[in-house]
Design a protein around this ligand. Sequence first.
Ligand SMILES: Cc1cc2nc3c(=O)[nH]c(=O)nc-3n(C[C@H](O)[C@H](O)[C@H](O)COP(=O)(O)OP(=O)(O)OC[C@H]3O[C@@H](n4cnc5c(N)ncnc54)[C@H](O)[C@@H]3O)c2cc1C
Length: 445
Amino acid sequence: MPYRFAALPQYATERILAERLTCWETHVERGTELVGFEQDADGVLASLTLPSGAQERIRTGFLLGCDGAHSVVRKVLGLCFESGSFPEEYMLGDVEVDWELPSGYAVRAMHQSDGRTDDLLVCIPLPGPNRYRMSMLVPPELALPQQPREEDVAHGLEAGPAPGLPHIQAVLDRLSPQPTRASALRWSSVFRISHRLVDRYGAGRVFVAGDAAHIHPPTGAQGMNTGIQDAYNLAWKLALAVRSAASEQLLASYHAERHPVGEEVVQRTVRHAGSGVQADPDDPATLIRREAQLLVGYRGSPIVATDGQPRQGPAPGDRAPDCGGLRHDLTTFPSRLFDLLRGQDHTLLLYADDEAQLAPYDAVVASARRAAQGRLSAWVVAAPRLRTDGLTLPVVHDGQDMFRQMYGARGGEGFLIRPDGYLGLRDAPLRVPELLAHLALTFRG
Ligand SMILES: Cc1cc2nc3c(=O)[nH]c(=O)nc-3n(C[C@H](O)[C@H](O)[C@H](O)COP(=O)(O)OP(=O)(O)OC[C@H]3O[C@@H](n4cnc5c(N)ncnc54)[C@H](O)[C@@H]3O)c2cc1C
């Protein structure tokens, strides 16, 4: 894995996302509120209230509700969003401390009585010397006067009185691993947690993603990451749909693929909030890969090939892992597989360890491109010393044999990787009718 975990404050995440949006000459219109919508067979008519108070109606092909735990889109669609809330209230504060613990590590301390956690301190490092986002149980003087009703989705930050330094210091005095003094409080809030999941991730031309679809405890930092993966799963499918290039069932696969992921995340974070990560007997490597969402997969999805054969490397539906050591003819440095997978199209990788396997590849790629409405790039991944002179397709050499080993690739095998980095199909040797039938699950014929 070439990347480490990053702990970013929310304002930094929002700045990065907003800057990225400007690359497509679009920006967030703050203060504009969706108040309702209607949909028919051809599109959606959305009603907005602008910051000036003026009303506006916009006709769109599709509507994606990324409008958080209290989602208007979810309510108008009438989606079921059931489960429950935790009675505990928590408080958060961004502070500096003067302890001498090594920097860059999270700190978690708790006190339990009769198997129940009755005192808690979680410190997540933030940029800045000894600065942490601290999460703790709320003291009685800051608690809500009454429990929210079941039908109110009690989730997220509360508007009531905010914790001050003395509230945070009192918890540090009880639970900090070293005596320390909190200072420089930058922001604080009280928050409540529910755990809920929609029954459907959309209806017709309208979808929900992120906290609009699932809410759960922040244990393991899964919420935003799960929401972004929802959007990643749906974005390339919507992009094909708006170009009229999507198959009939492509958009329905969003629910089929993401609902089980949301269900697993809600159940796991509820388990971990009650009993800690030790509630699941995973080895540390599996635990960290699960929390990094690298184990999410879509085996059995209606748009993924079935694969009954046990074999080495990823199966259809698994995330296509990165590997290094690839060599382009005109460069002297190795590149990574992820460099080939960038972009918004499907990628067909054709592995070859014998010159005879190369001959049909041009025709195979031409047919696949037609079936994919042009939205497919292709690479020949050639064994280290295989001669590929005269090929018109782009070639990389598997210079250090890493691709063959990691993917269990066999001569003549084809791998089709989706725009979101998941393996749709692998076939050895690659059979064109199977490839075209598979592409027809995603692309309009
Ligand atoms: C204490 C705490 C710590 C967390 N820590 C982490 C973490 O470390 N890592 C992680 O991955 N996740 C974390 N999460 C979860 C994460 O904050 C959420 O999952 C994430 O913010 C959800 O993003 P979202 O875009 O779906 O919804 P939101 O962040 O709620 O955004 C919804 C947006 O829609 C807007 N909106 C709402 N209604 C309308 C409307 N009718 N019209 C127009 N706009 C509307 C809102 O103003 C808001 O801007 C944490 C959550 C909490 C409470």
